[in-house]
Design a protein around this ligand. Structure first.
Ligand SMILES: *[C@@H]1O[C@H](CO)[C@@H](O)[C@H](O)[C@H]1NC(C)=O
Ligand SMILES: *[C@@H]1O[C@H](CO)[C@@H](O)[C@H](O)[C@H]1NC(C)=O
Ligand SMILES: *[C@@H]1O[C@H](CO)[C@@H](O)[C@H](O)[C@H]1NC(C)=O
Ligand SMILES: *[C@@H]1O[C@H](CO)[C@@H](O)[C@H](O)[C@H]1NC(C)=O
Ligand SMILES: *[C@@H]1O[C@H](CO)[C@@H](O)[C@H](O)[C@H]1NC(C)=O
Length: 660
């Protein structure tokens, strides 16, 4: 491409051609002119008519004309003054190309007579063509790995001018990376190349724009430029770089499966596949990390795929790798530290070690019944356990050491009121909400012989007919004992207080508690028995209960009244005065009550008078009447009887009294 012509340069050319005018030759008989190319229309070339020896006046009559082979009307002659001048633009390069010699052949013809002259007009080169590069820009693709001193050929410029006007020198815009190397094979043809002066780094300078200027040797010089567009090609010379040196993540151990743990972020300044990053776990990642975590190779997302358990693993250190897809690939490492946070997910647990179970009811207060240990796999407050007991009585928990307790007897036991306790031990941790663990403990209370046998009454009053037959049941005693087992098995015995006379009359069945009659019972002999009974349990350390059976005998009318004559004066004097006491009589009946109330009657029609002097005492007195009339053939008779319903009579005394 040519530079557009400029007005300033045209003026310069005019000046130039004036100088050249003097150089025409005549030696060959030819007329020789020279004219610079690109001269303006009208530029003077030569006084052609004059130089050919023609008169100005004859030019027209002789039909002066100029012919030029193939070059049309570049030059013209003014027929008035015979001057050859430039008629239209002469471009040397168009006429002659790169030929060093360039001229226009003119044939000047005049008639009358016909004459032909040859005129040579040399066209002088002027520097009217700037150096021209074939394209406005030249592209280079250079891998950033190219070594310093490498060369990259550049296509040079061409200049249509000739000679020094076409003698090009090149300059390169300043650059740290490249310098221009020019190898001249000859004056006009030079081989150009860029020489790498400093290592390229695509990541720093992905592209370079240089300007190569070619300057010709003309005066004034012209120049042409070409843009050198250098694209630095990527080489996988950068490893992926993690955005953070390490990642710290805190996860609750309850974190749901699938939760995003973190997203790795790495970058690789290389281009294309060299900068494409593949994330992965390090090659020797332990199994428990592979089981619980998954990494997305392209997004760098690490997700949970398992279940975390703080109690099992408190933290994970995951080695991750970022590898680019370059060839060979480059890689980098990074650590992801996952701290697992405790959640109150473990309930406390209780363990009981029985020590004195079952517990004796007479155990002293403070007796340790069992050891209780509590545990909670959680940590911190989640693992701090308090222990409670239901019901709170009669045992208590005594803390002996952190998480160790003694179950201790706190108040007295009584098997007879509560024979077993269903305890519920509860361990509660400090979480919110809290978790609890419970354990049930059944405590049986062992009997101790702390209850004596007991009769429901202390005294039993029994009435019994005398003469009750052998074997008659007097009473069946029944004592009870609140204790258990042999402690409540009872043996009935006569107590030591029991007199022999009782033992001879009664017997007791030690097992059944039946008291039966053994001997004869005679009211008149003894009508009241006091039988002290012991009820003794069968414990090795027996206890005894007491009661008293009072047997009152009931009288039966088993005795006939008796009469006794305490004094008598017989025979009775005839002249015995009225009222004289003949006999004193006492009556008796061993029975009691009506059975023993005795009455005495005198047989009728006897002249005596029976007078009761006192209970059961009588005196027999003579009557007023004539005793003489008394006939001993009908002796008086005293009849004695008691007052029971079945009256018992004794009349055997009839004769006795008056044996006259
Ligand atoms: C990755 O890091 C780069 C630069 O450090 C930042 O611009 C970008 O937002 C990050 N991406 C993510 C997903 O965090
Ligand atoms: C977690 O979820 C994934 C996908 O849903 C499943 O394959 C895996 O078995 C789950 N893991 C557990 C511990 O439930
Ligand atoms: C003894 O008394 C107890 C209650 O005091 C009673 O349950 C039991 O049946 C009685 N035994 C006899 C033989 O009467
Ligand atoms: C009472 O009867 C028992 C047997 O039934 C007998 O062994 C005992 O000798 C009897 N006692 C008297 C005093 O008759
Ligand atoms: C009765 O007679 C006797 C002798 O015959 C005599 O001794 C007694 O004194 C008399 N008694 C009275 C009271 O007369």
């Amino acid at each position: 491409m040519l530079f557009p012509r400029q007005e300033g340069k045209g003026t310069l050319r005019l000046l130039l051609c004036v100088l050249l005018l003097a150089a025409w030759k005549t030696g060959s008989g030819q007329v020789h002119y020279s004219v610079p190319e690109e001269a303006k229309h009208g530029t003077f070339v030569g006084r052609i008519a004059q130089d050919l020896g023609l008169e100005l006046t004859e030019l027209v009559p002789r039909l002066f004309r100029v012919a030029s082979k193939g070059h049309g009307d570049l030059l013209e002659v003014n027929l008035q003054n015979g001057i050859l001048f430039v008629n239209s633009r002469i471009d040397r390069e168009e006429l002659c190309g790169q030929n060093l010699e360039c001229s226009i052949h003119l044939e000047v013809i005049v008639d009358k007579p016909l004459q032909v002259f040859h005129v040579v007009v040399e066209v002088k080169d002027i520097n009217d063509n700037p150096p021209v590069f074939r394209a406005r820009e030249q592209r280079f693709f250079i891998p950033e790995s190219r070594l310093v001193d490498s060369r990259f050929p550049i296509e040079g410029a061409a200049d249509e001018d000739i000679g020094t006007n076409a003698l090009l020198t090149y300059t390169l815009s300043p650059s740290d990376y490249f310098s221009l190397d020019v190898q001249a094979s000859d004056e006009l043809s030079k081989s150009l190349s860029l020489e790498l002066r400093k290592s390229l780094d695509r990541e720093e300078t992905p592209e370079l724009h240089l300007l190569l200027t070619a300057t010709d040797g003309g005066k004034p010089e012209l120049e042409g430029t070409v843009q050198l567009l250098i694209t630095v090609l990527d080489v996988n010379d950068n490893a992926p770089l993690f955005a953070q040196a390490g990642y710290r993540v805190h996860l609750l151990e309850s974190t749901a499966n699938g939760t995003l743990v973190t997203t790795l972020n790495a970058s690789d300044v290389d281009e294309g596949v060299n900068g494409e990053i593949v994330f992965s776990f390090g090659s020797d990642v332990p199994l428990n990390i592979q089981k619980n975590f998954k990494i997305d190779s392209s997004s760098g997302e690490i997700r949970l795929i398992g279940r975390l358990d703080y109690e099992e693993t408190k933290s994970y250190e995951i080695q991750v790798k970022a590898v680019d897809k370059g060839n060979p690939p480059m890689s980098n490492h990074c650590k992801v530290l996952v701290k697992v946070l405790d959640v109150n997910d473990n309930a406390p647990q209780l363990a009981i070690t029985p020590l004195s179970l079952p517990v004796r009811e007479d155990s002293p207060l403070g007796t340790v019944i069992a050891f209780v240990s509590v545990s909670d796999r959680d940590s911190g407050v989640y693992g701090q356990v308090t222990c409670s007991l239901m019901p709170p009585i009669p045992f208590k928990l005594v803390s002996t050491f952190k998480n160790y307790y003694s179950l201790v007897l706190d108040s007295a036991l009584d098997r007879e009121s509560v024979s077993n306790y269903d305890l519920l031990l509860t361990a509660t941790d400090g979480g919110k909400p809290e978790l609890t663990g419970t354990v049930q403990l059944l405590i049986n209370v062992l009997d101790a012989n702390d209850n004596a046998p007991k009769f429901d009454k202390s005294v039993y009053n029994i009435r019994l007919l005398e003469n009750a037959p052998n074997g008659t049941l007097v009473i069946k005693l029944n004592a009870s004992d609140a204790d258990d087992g042999i402690n409540k098995e009872i043996v009935y015995l006569f107590s030591d207080l029991v007199l022999d006379n009782v033992k001879s009359k009664f017997k007791i069945d030690s097992n059944s508690g039946e008291i039966t009659v053994k001997g004869e019972l005679d009211y008149e002999d003894c009508n009241l028995y006091e039988i002290n009974i012991d009820a003794v349990d069968r414990s090795p350390f027996p206890l005894t209960g007491h009661c008293k059976v009072i047997v009152k005998l009931l009288d039966e009318n088993d005795n006939t009244p008796e009469m006794a004559i305490t004094s008598i004066s017989l025979p009775v004097q005839e002249n015995a005065s009225v009222g004289a006491v003949i006999a004193l009589i006492s009556l008796s009946d061993r029975d009691s009550g009506l059975n023993g109330q005795v009455t005495c009657t005198l047989s009728p029609h006897v002249p005596f008078k029976l007078v009761s002097t006192f209970k059961n005492y009588y005196s027999l007195g003579a009557p007023k009447t004539d005793l003489m009339a008394f006939s001993p053939s009908h002796p008086p008779c005293l009849v004695v009887g008691d007052m029971s319903e079945q009256q018992d009579l004794n009349d055997e005394h009839c004769a006795k009294l008056f044996k006259v």
